[in-house]
Design a protein around this ligand. Structure first.
Ligand code: AP5
Ligand code: ZN
Length: 210
């Protein structure tokens, strides 16, 4: 299955993608995680992306299109994939279409902005493997330590309330129009956030007829 997870920052795309990749046995491709790794490693892409990410702005389309075209060539994508956080602009979606990249379904996770601002303050991510937690909703077994790899859990730089508001504004302006784009292609599925991770997973699987 070739799937896009669409949703506001903090909607739970990364959390759901990590669960769905196991259930559906296909890889997840998160441009946010790829870019954060590039920033951490100081690669040319990372150097270009850092200032946009820290400010809560979108990284230029050509950088993203390059990342995606390269990643989808890899062998593990042959049987399908889940795109988390991409495409994020109509231009990115059009570029994928022109490159012959097709999708079976686009799942849009719907959640009110106020709920997101409250949620982001509690997010912690592993600085080593990128695994995501929430201090109240999804706590790690040991405070401040990643369950997966033992890495240190930190707050993301772009999770302060002011940047979260900027990211939400960018989402509504640049990314939300993608719903209409994929609705017109007959593949949009809309799912309400269920407040629990398992509840939202269930709703997504139902929407996909699984
Ligand atoms: P990216 O990493 O993609 O960030 P985002 O879209 O802003 O999304 P988040 O990762 O913040 O949220 P999420 O929806 O994955 O939520 P999560 O599962 O963590 O992008 C970062 C930056 O990179 C962008 O701002 C941009 O600069 C750049 N970028 C990336 N892709 C790009 C592109 N295509 N084009 C241009 N620029 C790009 O959940 C959030 C929190 O809530 C967690 O703590 C989680 O534990 C908790 N939670 C999740 N689900 C639930 C639930 N159901 N109940 C309770 N808590 C929950
Ligand atoms: Zn980790």
């Amino acid at each position: 299955m070739k799937l896009i997870l669409l949703g506001a920052p903090g909607a739970g795309k990364g959390t759901q993608a990590d669960i769905l990749k196991v259930k559906l046995n296909i890889p997840t491709i998160s441009t946010g995680n790829i870019l954060r790794a590039a920033v951490k490693n100081g690669t040319p892409t990372g150097l270009k992306a850092k200032e946009y990410m820290d400010a809560g702005k979108l990284v230029p389309d050509e950088v993203i299109i390059g990342i995606i075209n390269e990643r989808l060539q890899e062998a593990d994508c042959a049987n399908g994939y889940i795109l988390d956080g991409v495409p994020r602009t109509i231009a990115q979606a059009e570029a994928m279409e022109q490159a012959g990249i097709s999708f079976d379904a686009v799942v849009a996770i719907e959640i009110p902005d106020e709920k997101i601002v409250a949620r982001m303050g509690g997010r912690r991510v592993c600085e080593n493997c990128g695994a995501s937690y929430h201090i109240v909703n999804i706590p790690p077994k040991k405070d401040g330590v990643c369950d997966v790899c033992g890495g240190k859990l930190v707050q993301r730089k772009d999770d302060n309330p002011e940047t979260v508001r900027d990211r939400l504004a960018v989402y509504h302006k640049e990314t939300e129009p993608l719903k209409g784009f994929y609705e017109a292609r007959g593949i949009l599925k809309t799912v309400e956030d269920q407040s629990t991770v398992a509840g939202t997973t269930q709703a997504i699987l139902e929407a996909l007829g699984r």
